[in-house]
Ligand binder design. Structure first.
Ligand code: PGA
Length: 204
């Protein structure tokens, strides 16, 4: 199967014209998760987060159903930056995971420990293993270490497992071919069109 490549733009780029340009260069071959304000303009197929209710008095929040109506297919939940800055707990993340599944969308659950897997949901989602030390640091995890974690996750849940954390065009292939991940979650390198296309070409 073709690896699943997901771009997490985080809070970038700074303007809609830049977002449109980057999107037009890379959209066809990956799931692109832009900031919410660009989603409707781009008709992107991925989102970086969502709330767990469908609608109501929840200031500042966006529901999975709203995302679905825009054509979104994948929603990242539990990214380490949300765990850190928004203080999201495993309990909150599990509520989001369930809400995304209820809406008929595919959650991408980010984690760096096996204990962060949901206890009684065994399918329907994608896991992204992202070791904390590797996120945004340029210090990617060794493929051997990453593979051990991939195997441990696969023992618990029969779902696709992505690797994320300082992926670039030089190391991307190792995570797919050596460590046998089902795809990649790419942050910083997904903001540079050429580098991101090189990553896709290295693994597909
Ligand atoms: P990075 O981010 O590729 O910049 O390390 C990955 C992520 O946070 O999803």
């Amino acid at each position: 199967m073709k690896p699943l490549i997901v771009a997490n733009w985080k809070m970038n780029p700074g303007s809609l014209p830049e977002a449109k340009k980057l999107f037009s260069l890379t959209k066809k071959r990956a799931v692109i998760c832009p900031p919410f304000v660009y989603l409707a303009h781009l008709r992107a197929n991925g989102a970086q987060d969502c709330f767990w209710e469908e609608k109501g008095a929840y200031t500042g929040e966006i529901s999975p159903q709203m995302l679905k109506r825009l054509g979104v297919k994948y929603v990242i939940v539990g990214h380490s930056e949300r765990r850190k800055y928004q203080k999201e707990t495993d309990k909150i993340i599990e509520k989001k995971l369930r809400a995304v599944l209820r809406a008929g969308l595919k959650p991408i659950l980010c984690l760096d420990k096996i204990s962060q897997l949901p206890k009684d949901i065994k399918r329907g989602f994608v896991v992204a293993y992202e070791p904390l030390f590797a996120i945004g640091t340029g210090k990617a995890c060794s493929p051997e270490r990453a593979e051990r974690m991939r195997r441990a996750i696969k023992k618990k849940v029969g779902v696709p497992v992505l690797y994320g954390g300082s992926v670039n065009s030089k190391n991307a292939r190792d995570y797919i071919k050596k460590a046998r991940f089902d795809g990649l979650l790419v942050g910083g390198a997904s903001l540079k069109a050429k580098e991101f296309i090189d990553i896709i070409e290295a693994v597909c």
